[in-house]
Design a protein around this ligand. Structure first.
Ligand code: CP
Length: 316
């Protein structure tokens, strides 16, 4: 990764669709120094002292929420968690009122996850705070894609020409879209694979390949990013059964052995073991799934630091 010389000038991270290669590399390079902080006995630096961050989660999360909270604590920010189920949203308060009331308590940065695409963009228009998208419906999940790219770059120094296939429920996946934007921006050769009912029409217009047969995808790719079937976002049955999905698209050891390579196997979590991926692959030698989780904290530290403007203040 090239060393960045100019300060980061973005206020929000809504998605990767309009982020440039330099901006993405700037985040990943910054994350590398924060990754080193995570190995220290005292995993804390006073970089965001005085900054207050709210984690505004309207949808369930394990990894993203804990990772953001840890990132904030590691940077010495003040951090608050909001859960919709135990808030006045239950009494009918609107999203805008909720967000503006919280901001009135002198919050500086908002991390938001919501089931509706567009909520982070909306908040960026009605609040003064920095907004970070922690996943909005089936739209984008930019910090997941950034941590995925960071984890790949730990194994492969340059993603240009790297053949990566995202396998699974592409149509309902915010992880897929952010990965497509980020990886193509860094020059990777990206494909998606899944049943036709789970792949949006015309997706190849994003500059990627499409495979409807897993064996063709396995012949093409060196890296697999395996996605969960998002049953909670599917209104109707888009394939006959989970057993049939596993037979056609499940990543098993036997299937990978038909294509002997130094595979890199990724998954954003949560995993449905025995459906999209078998345990001996998810926990096997090719898997970097838990590295992705560890790196997520460093990447989110980088995003919080750069959006906060503290880097700009230090370089002036
Ligand atoms: N990868 C991811 O977004 O996981 P969570 O839903 O647990 O945050």
């Amino acid at each position: 990764m090239a060393k960045q010389t100019t300060a980061f000038s973005r206020k929000h991270l809504i998605g990767l669709s309009d982020y440039t290669r330099d901006e993405i590399l700037h985040i990943l390079e910054t994350a590398r120094s924060f990754r080193e902080v995570l190995e220290r006995p005292i995993k804390r630096v006073p970089i965001l002292t005085g900054i207050t961050v709210i984690n505004l989660f309207f949808e369930a999360s394990t990894r993203t929420r804990i990772s953001f909270e840890l990132a904030q604590k590691r940077l010495s920010a003040d951090t608050i968690n909001f859960t919709a189920n135990t808030s006045s949203v239950k009494k009918g308060e609107t999203l805008r009122d909720t967000a503006q009331n919280i901001e009135a308590m002198k919050v500086d940065m908002v991390v938001v996850r919501h089931s509706s695409p567009g909520v982070p963009l909306f908040l960026s228009r009605v609040l003064k705070s920095n907004i970070i998208n922690a996943g909005d419906g089936a739209h984008e999940h930019p910090t997941q894609a950034l941590l995925d790219m960071y984890s790949l770059l730990e194994r492969i120094p340059d993603l240009k020409g790297i053949r990566i296939c995202i396998v699974g429920d592409i149509g309902h996946s915010r992880v897929a879209l952010s990965n497509i934007f980020g990886l193509t921006c860094l020059g990777a050769d990206v494909a998606v694979c899944g049943p036709p009912t789970l792949i949006p029409r015309h997706i190849e217009q994003l500059g990627i390949r499409v495979f409807y047969k897993l064996d063709e995808a396995l012949a093409f790719a060196d890296v697999l990013n395996v996605l969960r079937i998002q049953l909670e976002r599917q209104g109707v049955g888009l394939f006959p059964s989970l057993r049939e999905y596993r037979d056609q698209f499940g990543i098993t050891r036997e299937r990978l052995e038909n294509f002997p390579k130094d595979w890199i196997i990724m998954h954003p979590g949560p995993i449905n073991r025995g459906v999209e991926i078998d345990s001996d692959v998810a926990d096997g030698n090719f898997s970097i799934i838990l590295n992705q989780v560890t790196n997520g904290v460093a990447v989110r530290m980088a995003v919080l630091y750069l959006l906060s403007g503290r880097e700009r203040e230090q370089t002036q």
